[in-house]
Design a binder for this molecule. Structure first.
Ligand code: SF4
Length: 223
């Protein structure tokens, strides 16, 4: 089995619980959604061809980099052929902490056993109205998140904020997992999100500005 890896690099995690820590990124090509504000549009097409790597080659690259954090991203990692096999293989190394960045549309029931692995966690997006992909959300996923998982809302508008609040409350997300609000700073000011959080007393929700967009210019790839 070979995996279509369109980018691999050592950097710092830009978001989530290990933000600011070094991490190896493995980016797969192909996504089942087309978000209006996608910042990795080069990774969406299933036709995009990268390096075809075996799980052993991916593991070797990760170990050579020396970072304990590993972020599997895309595109959408969970639609890659054989992704379960790769995740199990990487998770056998208990020194690695594996984050799977997934877009919220792929049902988790296929990955129930992976959810139980101590060193694997899911960073799940809930796609809000400004993405134009909200209808694709697999809502059962948001019922079964646990304390090592993350739910991330990318916020582009006030309508997004209102909807995020509804989802937070309906699925009691703050009680289950870490919750982040991540602004699209070209369309909403972070201060507007802070005001909304204050007015609505959103305890347990964390505002997070993507580190990569502060450290590097937004167009820079492979960082
Ligand atoms: S799910 Fe992610 S990779 Fe896919 S279109 Fe949306 S933002 Fe881009």
């Amino acid at each position: 089995m070979k995996y279509n890896v369109i980018e691999k690099f050592l950097s710092v995690d830009g978001e989530g619980p290990t933000a600011g820590e070094i991490a190896t990124f493995i980016r797969f090509g192909g996504c089942n959604l087309v978000c209006d504000w996608c910042d990795t549009s080069y990774s969406i097409s299933r036709k995009v061809k990268g390096e075809l790597l075996t799980k052993e080659e991916i593991y070797k690259y990760i170990k050579e980099n020396g970072a304990e954090n590993v972020t599997l991203t895309g595109g959408e990692p969970l639609i890659q052929d054989g992704i379960e096999e790769l995740i199990y293989f990487l998770a056998e190394d208990s020194n690695l902490l594996i984050h799977i960045e997934t877009n919220g549309s792929v049902p988790f029931y296929k990955f129930e056993k992976i959810k139980d692995l101590n060193n694997v966690s899911f960073i799940v997006d809930y796609k809000l109205p400004s993405s134009k992909m909200e209808n694709n959300m697999h809502l059962k996923n948001f019922q079964i998140l646990s304390s090592k998982d993350v739910c991330k809302f990318v916020i582009g508008t006030m309508e997004d904020l209102e909807k995020a609040k509804v989802i937070l409350e309906n699925y009691k997300l703050v009680e289950k997992c870490l919750v982040y609000f991540s602004p699209i700073t070209t369309t909403i000011k972070p201060v507007e999100i802070v005001e909304f959080m204050k007015v609505n007393k959103l305890n347990g929700v964390r505002l997070q500005i993507q580190l990569h967009k502060i450290i590097w210019s937004p167009e820079t790839r492979g960082v």
